[in-house]
Write a protein that binds this ligand. Structure first.
Ligand code: SAH
Ligand code: SF4
Ligand code: F3S
Length: 432
């Protein structure tokens, strides 16, 4: 059996593509996964392009693998950077044997057998391809429900790496979930760039089903106990969806609402489609319908034209909404995006200072919030065995809880847990 090694950068969609690549090569080409690149006959890097840093990382990693790999091994570049740099990757790093873009994962078996194979077509439609599967966790299953994105936010490269938005037919999704559940998964994690726009873009006539209908259908599958999804877009959070989110007990009570900026004028130049007030109104409605829900978000600082007042608007939304988790990023100009040519690019030092200020504000808010959870009881789905010996899992509202116990039988079960210690980002608990 040949051995394969894969390094995965980027988001959950890349993690899922990695699962598909590994399963296809395992089941169709008899490759076995290894954790040691020195020992591998095939090394792959599944790349991310969202900011410039991961792109630079790709070329430094190629240099490392060039030195350590065993003689005769193959090197492949997959994922979003493969999509937008294509053939140029081989020009810049001739040791690369194949380049397989994010929307071409189904061609992996061809890629490893064809010299200097390049497939980066972002119009390639894999929405009905039934991939070999092999969940990376026995307890939870990541399931793609759509690919690509049509929003074209002015800073974002994703529409150029994953192409236009296409929904995967409901029956394929349902079959995959049924088989994951049969293999022990209790939690289903639905993936797409705009999950709550599901059903709007399809290649064929499919049974009409929007995201809310899909959630309902999935929650009725025997054995599904928890449903999470990422990323929803704030624009598609209408009353029907919010009601289902609030009232369906199988839907985990954490909503990711990517804000990007609190300034209405910046939101306009980002082409996000909503205003500061509109975002706050949707978040308030969500809290009204479902007071126990947490809201997490993504925020970009230093977008072109961001003034002190614009930045203050972002801080203001953070204070008003009270996010449980913030993924914050310094704006990074991307190729093929309108914003890279905008005037008033914000100097790097100013963007760094803003990022720090935003993160400090959020730390202060968490330092107030987390101690209030002491001695409370919550339901935790234990699905991780940490390297430090802790068994860990997440609450319904998505806080990480570590359990001080080495009883493996807890893994794969949902338990009532009493919180005995709180930290800024996680908690320690004991079985209640
Ligand atoms: N579809 C999701 C976003 C996926 S990308 C959504 O619309 O929310 C994940 C996050 O990366 C984005 O939410 C954004 O905050 C960040 N991001 C995207 N492009 C970026 C850029 N050019 N510079 C910095 N951060 C960026
Ligand atoms: Fe990028 Fe915007 Fe699409 Fe999200 S919605 S993937 S930020 S273009
Ligand atoms: Fe990166 Fe592509 Fe995901 S650019 S964030 S891996 S969609």
């Amino acid at each position: 059996m040949k051995k394969m090694y894969i390094q995965t950068l980027g988001c959950a969609m890349n993690t899922k593509d990695t699962e598909h690549i590994l399963a296809e090569l395992n089941q169709k080409e008899n490759y076995k996964q290894t954790d040691d690149p020195k020992d591998a006959d095939l090394i792959m890097i599944n790349t991310c392009s969202i900011r410039e840093k991961p792109v630079q990382k790709l070329f430094s990693e190629i240099g490392v693998y060039k030195k350590i790999r065993k003689e005769g091994s193959k090197l492949g570049v997959c994922g979003c950077t493969a999509s937008h740099l294509g053939q140029d990757i081989i020009k810049r790093a001739p040791i690369v044997d194949f380049v397989l873009g994010a929307r071409n994962v189904s061609k992996i078996t061809e890629a490893i057998k064809t010299p200097k194979f390049v497939a980066v077509d972002i119009t390639n439609d894999e929405s009905e391809y039934e991939f070999a599967t092999n969940n990376s966790s026995p307890y939870k299953a990541y399931v793609n429900i759509s690919s690509g994105c049509d929003k074209r936010c002015t800073y974002c490269i994703v529409p150029n790496t994953r192409g236009v938005e296409i929904s995967i037919p409901p029956q394929i999704i349902i079959n995959e979930i049924k088989s994951s559940v049969a293999n022990g998964a209790k939690e289903i994690f639905l993936l797409g760039q705009n999950v709550n726009n599901y059903g709007q873009f399809t290649n064929k006539e499919l049974p009409k089903m929007d995201f809310t209908d899909l959630l309902k259908t999935i929650s009725e599958i025997d054995g599904v106990e928890r449903i999470r999804f990422t990323s929803p877009h704030p624009l598609h959070m209408g009353e029907k969806f919010l009601q289902e989110f609030a009232n369906n007990p199988k839907i985990a009570k954490n909503m990711h609402m990517p804000l990007q900026s609190g300034s209405t004028s910046l939101l306009k130049s980002m082409k996000r489609g909503y205003s500061k007030e509109w975002f706050i109104k949707v978040a308030s409605r969500l809290k009204e319908l479902c007071p126990e829900a947490t809201i997490s978000t993504d925020i970009i600082v230093g977008f072109p034209g961001e003034s002190d007042a614009d930045f203050e608007d972002s801080l203001d939304v953070i204070r008003q909404v009270g996010f449980s988790q913030i993924f914050s990023f310094k704006y990074s100009p991307r190729p093929h995006t309108p914003a890279q040519d905008f005037e008033d690019q914000v100097p790097n030092e100013l963007a760094s200072a803003r990022l720090l200020k935003l993160q400090n504000l959020h730390k202060e808010m968490l330092d107030e919030l987390m101690p209030t959870k002491l001695n409370s009881t919550c339901k935790v789905y234990f699905d991780q065995l940490k390297s430090d010996g802790y068994i860990a899992g997440r609450t319904d509202d998505n806080f990480l809880v570590k359990l001080k116990c080495s009883d493996d039988s807890v893994l794969g079960t949902i338990r009532d847990v009493k919180i005995i210690e709180t930290k800024r980002m996680d908690m320690v608990g004991e079985l209640a």
